[in-house]
Design a protein around this ligand. Structure first.
Ligand SMILES: [Zn+2]
Length: 346
């Protein structure tokens, strides 16, 4: 046993003297046997300085439990199992009490309580708890399977929390897809307007236009994004979002165009437009708090004023006349150096 220097005096009942007096509290690395394995853990102990007895150390019951918990957590760490705190974190993400978490998994009511206090879960139970954390759809499935163990209110409340996590998972996947599309554009070059992709900014710009421009649909949004970056580059030598645009039949189209409209700051509402489905872009954040600089706001305002009122076909025709479009071929990435020939937006 190695004693550390973290000793201090505390007032408590001393079992040797049967008196309330000041005793020494210390912490040291100790060994314990957990499931047949020797583990090292941080043990808290007390020592009576008054008693002349050789054996003057003691550990009150509550502290003994904490010591055991640390010993078990040391075992969990060495075996790669979830610690009691990690188990608690998993259920708290979904707003689950210990008994709710057990019910959701179809386990005995006190199973999780035991894992967070007295006993070590085996590997199968460990894996199931991890899946609840890593895969919200698995959590949802388990909840539905054991819905009879919850009151109707509780069931709805927990379900809502899980579904929130599912959508976080979807946003995460979409962002991974966007990043994958940009692996070749991680340097500042003429192709991204000397700006590395900034997804937070992309989301903010889309939310800004969704809030300011009436009837904002996908095609029109993509043109507004290109004009934003092109104008920003011409004015400030750097694009705003870091999106990379290709020459496509309807004008400039950023890589990952299908994914960027699913960033957390916006939502897409499907609408029937005649015989077609339109994807209207709506903001999900208060666009007054987006923290644009005044330079950025000026660019956004200019684009919104000049092009925001155009119908989709008008803005497509307008873009088709840009030199950036005329001077590039189908499927070619449009270099931002061509933005210096941008027509004056008014
Ligand atoms: Zn004493």
């Amino acid at each position: 046993m190695t004693e550390t220097n973290s000793k201090k005096l505390v007032e408590m009942d001393c079992p040797f003297c049967d008196e309330y007096h000041s005793v020494e509290e210390g912490m040291r690395t100790a060994q314990a046997l957990v499931k047949g394995e020797i583990v090292h853990y941080e043990q808290v102990y007390y020592r009576c300085a008054v008693s002349s007895d050789e054996d003057n150390e003691f550990v009150p019951a509550g502290v003994m439990d904490d010591n055991l918990l640390r010993a078990r957590n040391a075992y969990r760490t060495s075996e790669g199992l979830l610690s009691s705190e990690e188990i608690a974190q998993i259920r708290e993400v979904y707003g689950l009490s210990q008994s709710d978490f057990a019910a959701l998994l179809g386990w005995g009511e006190v199973t999780v309580t035991r894992y967070e206090s007295k006993s070590v879960q085996d590997e199968t139970y460990d894996r199931v708890m991890r899946m609840v954390s890593d895969n919200p759809l698995f959590a949802l499935e388990s909840l539905d399977k054991h819905s009879d163990r919850f009151s109707a209110d509780k069931y709805i409340q927990i379900r809502r929390r899980i579904i929130e996590r599912v959508s976080v998972g979807v946003h995460f996947l979409k962002q991974q897809e966007i990043r994958a599309a940009y692996v070749d554009y991680v340097q500042e070059t003429d192709l991204n307007g000397y700006q590395v992709l900034d997804l937070n900014m992309v989301g903010n710009v889309i939310a800004y236009y969704a809030d300011r421009v009436p009837n904002l649909y996908k095609v029109k949004l993509m043109k507004l994004l290109w004009y934003t970056d092109a104008l920003c580059l011409r004015r400030h030598r750097r694009a705003m979002t870091g999106l990379v645009y290709k020459h496509m039949p309807l004008g400039a189209l950023p890589l990952g165009y299908n994914e960027i409209i699913h960033l957390p700051s916006v939502k897409v509402v499907e609408e029937l437009l005649g015989d077609d489905i339109g994807y209207r872009i709506c903001p999900l954040v208060a666009t007054d708090d987006l923290n644009f600089t005044s330079q950025e706001l000026n660019v956004l305002n200019t684009v919104a004023m000049a092009l925001g009122a155009m119908r989709t076909q008008e803005i497509v025709d307008y873009m088709h006349a840009e030199r950036a479009y005329v001077a590039t071929a189908l499927n070619e990435v449009i270099p931002f150096s061509l933005a210096k020939d941008l027509r004056e937006l008014r």
